[in-house]
Design a protein around this ligand. Sequence first.
Ligand SMILES: NC(=O)c1ccc[n+]([C@@H]2O[C@H](COP(=O)([O-])OP(=O)(O)OC[C@H]3O[C@@H](n4cnc5c(N)ncnc54)[C@H](O)[C@@H]3O)[C@@H](O)[C@H]2O)c1
Length: 269
Amino acid sequence: MKLDGKVAVVTGGARGNGLAAAKLMAAEGADIVIADICENMKTIPYDLSTADTMEKAVAEIEAMDRRALGIKCDVRKAADVEAMVNKVIETFGKIDILVNNAGNSSMVAIAEMEEEVWDEVLDTHLKGTYLCCHFVLPHMIEQHSGNVISISSVGGQRGFGMGGHYCAAKHGIIGLNKSIAMEVADHNIRANVVCPGTVWTDMMQGIAGFFGMEDEEAKETFFAGHLKKEPEVTPEDIGQAVLWLASDDSRCITGNMITVDAGWTAQAP
Ligand SMILES: NC(=O)c1ccc[n+]([C@@H]2O[C@H](COP(=O)([O-])OP(=O)(O)OC[C@H]3O[C@@H](n4cnc5c(N)ncnc54)[C@H](O)[C@@H]3O)[C@@H](O)[C@H]2O)c1
């Protein structure tokens, strides 16, 4: 197995892309920690995961004969992230793989965007990635090995109207990743990014609901950029890229990114 004996932390791993990555890594031998907020945010127009969602995800991984731990953690808060990392070290003794996946979105034009709307998205994606790296990297440096995978987006490579905060955060993750890769290469730690196109998760369904769109209309709109329409990009497609980056199969790749977007970014935006 490719990740035998490894310990992987997946933020926002209670459902969607994060859970798919967690299960694929578990299938390759990794023990899994899911760190998820498990509560809603004021300006995010759809429900985030609950304690039940996380419990169910943990049970799914345990059913694969792996150790699994769910920790309620808001990646925007330094105290939460520090406590989460301490709990993982206390329980498993190490962290080999960190997947910065926690994410959310709202749709507001910058001219109308209140500060709190900006903060809830920027702080989750960008500050959350910084905080998780800040508290996990010292352990990886000490053990002289580690692997960080951060989830950006096609929105990290182009703009979306009404998604300025999301795109700013996702562009930021790509720059942050390159700097981290430079800082930790000598410690045998790699850092890479995965950029999904559209994936029909709770986040996208939530955004569709915000616009009052039926599933079919929303899918037509949100998948329009994909060159290759079939098969639809799934959370497992994103998880496979995470798994590959987490394994030694990608051992010479760092400071880089994989775009799983069915050809979207091949075209001029
Ligand atoms: N679905 C897509 O089309 C798409 C496209 C590009 C990138 N992404 C990215 O993939 C990642 C996963 O998104 P998804 O589509 O699976 O959505 P999702 O809503 O199904 O999952 C996101 C998870 O993150 C958790 N979360 C949100 N804010 C958090 C916080 N502050 N602290 C801890 N956990 C938090 C939620 O509770 C939820 O469990 C995100 O980073 C998202 O931006 C998704």
